[in-house]
Design a binder for this molecule. Sequence first.
Ligand code: 5GP
Length: 203
Amino acid sequence: MSDSKSKKGILFVISGPSGTGKGTVCEELLKTEELFLSVSATTREKRKGETDGVTYNYLYREEFEALIDAGEMLEYAVYNGNYYGTPKRNVEKMLDAGKNVLLEIEPQGALNIKGQFPEAVLIFILPPSMAELRERLRGRGRENEEQIEERLRAAHWEIEQAPKYSYLVINDALDECVSEVAGIIRGVTEKRGLIHKLLTEQN
Ligand code: 5GP
């Protein structure tokens, strides 16, 4: 099959400020949608309840930098002093095999991906208000007040990037947010399928 005929997978990228609930949204999507979630690498410390190789691949700074130098990272960013990045190999393998891939990454990385893959679909999850975001960060009890303030400052910059995304979804009620994002993913997959069919149809 020639390149133009083989159907590549679609790259879906989900971003949103810390505390906005995007992790839960992604977990829910994986239950119903045919998506392969890329496991990121990070230099941040493993939190309670997280699993190495599942939540993230936890690396030392030197290991992470060696991967960057070897060109093994599709994208990476520094968020609150730690590296976070998407290892290239698996994502490319899945896309080449026609599988849809989901990246849950922050906006520097997402916009970098958009530069490399203009056909990627970027979805931004917005919190209903800053007050609600602060409450959610406090409620999950993972960070201290200083770290919460840092995350809120980062959130401000992240929300400024949101208009550059293809789709904006508000996470006010989780169920509604999940079904809206699932609808976007299904709609895009269906229409991309049609585009492929139109372009490969015999005249
Ligand atoms: P957390 O420390 O809360 O797990 O993640 C902090 C931020 O890093 C979140 O916004 C998350 O989406 C983002 N992130 C996670 N993995 C990656 C990645 O591979 N690349 C980039 N650019 N950001 C990531």
